[in-house]
Design a protein around this ligand. Structure first.
Ligand code: ZN
Length: 512
């Protein structure tokens, strides 16, 4: 895995188009993170559609197709163009039929998708089924998931079910079954299953390749839920609510998905970004589904699932046990997915392996040290750019400095993500003399005369720090300091240093 990723890190920033789409000149949508919506004039689109279908089929047959959101959105465009009905509700029913999403709970809330759905070619139908059908194989591969331009991996089934529930709602916000269809059903199943303390509630994973992802392997295959299921469910809830009651106007499904997943940030980063974009999934979801509501619905969904499965109603004692198990399990869910910021794992940004043997930290730590990278001097505004910065910093720290790994514990991008450096458990190389007593968190950019974006600062100051305290990794009485207080350096830059002096936990006393 790693030697291949190192090689990738040396490639130019503009990635090669997929083999599957070579020869198709459709804007720049085939470059990584391009994800631009494209529309064609005249008869040219018919030819392109035919060619696309041919290529989709050929690519699928050869197993060449990569699982990126951009590819799926292009397939949705094909469904819209080929089926004759471009209304999102009809397109979603077609997708649901092609994907075979028809268990009892789905039918209970959304009805049967068989009728009213126009036919698709078998190639397109095959592609949709493979893209949407969610399962975890014995080899720990998760299928039915795609890599999005923001670096997160998303299961398509809960996303599409949430959207369909939203489009069916006649009144804004009144979406029947939205939470049950997207998240509560899976949460109920996951939380009612007994799991050991060492298994996380939800497993994330690693793609085989970031530019042409084809295989997603879970890091903890025994976990009852996956991070991609949660991401897809959150997006389904956010988008389902957004489109409910006709509030999305006459927009096509492919345009809605493009706006949501492919928004390019400008120089203001997340500060000036629109509300409904995938990078904001956690904050939007939190506002729509407070934990007590989610807990109640997870219990209800599990009851419904059993009832629809033909099992007799739960007895009071069993119901109490289920409610208690769900309530307990929800604590981990809320911590990881609602209170902690999104943390991009090492495999996701393409880290090279650690050299040598890491030193384990003894937790909880007493300090949080704030740094800026100085070089790269510009804030990174996309996952692809931030990931490339991470790789170049790691290369510099390993090859020029001769260190074992990238020095920082975590790094804040301006794209809405935190990037995992050495992580929670391993001692970093960021603050000479104090690496064993604190985490070193760095902001990508030079902050001598300007500040990081408000959202990047909030991500570290409010979310990452609280996340570390809640998990027992940082003492609740931790002290926050700028690197310059611990050694001879101007880090984290004059402007930024003046700013952090006003943060909670900032400490001026001597070390001890
Ligand atoms: Zn520093």
């Amino acid at each position: 895995m790693d030697s291949r990723l190192i090689k990738h890190s040396l490639r130019p920033a503009v990635m090669q188009p997929l083999n599957a789409y070579k020869g198709l000149r459709l804007d720049s949508a085939s470059t990584f993170g391009g994800c631009r919506s494209f529309r064609m004039d005249g008869g040219c689109w018919k030819l392109a559609v035919a060619l696309m279908l041919l290529l989709l089929g050929a690519a699928h047959a050869e197993g060449q197709l990569s699982w990126r959101m951009e590819d799926f959105i292009r397939a949705v465009q094909q469904v819209e163009d080929a089926g004759g009905a471009s209304q999102p509700g009809a397109v979603l029913r077609t997708l649901r039929r092609a994907a075979g999403l028809g268990d009892a709970v789905v039918q209970h809330f959304l009805g049967n998708a068989e009728s009213r759905a126009p036919g698709l070619t078998s190639d397109l139908s095959d592609y949709v089924r493979t893209a949407v059908h969610h399962r975890v194989t014995e080899a720990a591969r998760e299928e039915g998931v795609v890599l999005t331009p923001d670096g997160s991996t998303v299961a398509l089934a809960p996303l599409l079910l949430g959207l369909e529930a939203g489009f069916r709602a006649r009144t804004p916000g009144r979406t029947r079954g939205l939470l049950q269809l997207t998240l509560a059903k899976d949460l109920g199943v996951a939380l009612s299953a007994a799991s050991s303390a060492s298994t996380p509630l939800a497993s994330d994973g690693c793609w085989d390749n970031r530019t042409a992802p084809r295989v997603f392997t879970l890091s903890h295959p025994g976990a009852p839920l996956t991070a991609a299921q949660v991401n897809g469910a959150m997006d389904g809830v956010v988008l389902g609510t957004r489109v409910s009651g006709g509030s999305a106007g006459s927009a096509r499904l492919s345009s809605l998905l493009t706006e949501y997943y492919c928004h390019r940030l400008d120089g203001t980063g997340m500060d000036g970004a629109p509300r409904f974009i995938s990078r904001r999934r956690r904050e939007n979801f939190k506002a729509l589904a407070p934990p007590p509501v989610l807990t109640r619905l997870a219990v209800k969904a599990e009851e419904l699932r059993r009832r629809l499965g033909g099992r007799s109603a739960m007895e009071a004692a069993e119901k109490r046990r289920l409610a208690a198990a769900v309530k307990e399990g929800m604590k981990e869910f809320v911590h990881v997915f609602m209170n902690c910021p999104p943390i991009v794992s090492r495999c996701s940004w393409g880290a090279a392996p650690y050299r040598g043997t890491p030193t384990q930290l003894s937790l909880p730590l007493s300090y949080l040290f704030i740094h800026h990278t100085a070089s790269p001097s510009q804030p990174c505004l996309s996952f692809e750019q931030c990931a490339a910065n991470m790789r170049s910093m790691q290369r510099f720290h390993q090859e020029d400095n001769g260190w074992d790994d990238i020095g920082y514990s975590f790094v804040a991008g301006s794209d809405g993500n935190i990037y995992e450096g050495r992580g929670w458990n391993w001692q970093g190389a960021h603050t000479s003399g104090y690496n064993s007593v604190g985490y070193g968190v760095s902001f990508i950019g030079d902050y001598t005369s300007r500040l990081p974006t408000q959202s990047a600062m909030a991500l570290v100051r409010d979310q990452l720090a609280a996340c570390a305290v809640a998990a027992g990794r940082l003492k609740s009485s931790y002290m926050l300091r700028g690197h310059r207080q611990m050694g001879s350096t101007t880090c984290p830059g004059d402007a930024f240093y003046q700013e952090i002096r006003r943060w909670d936990h900032f400490g001026v006393n001597g070390y001890g």
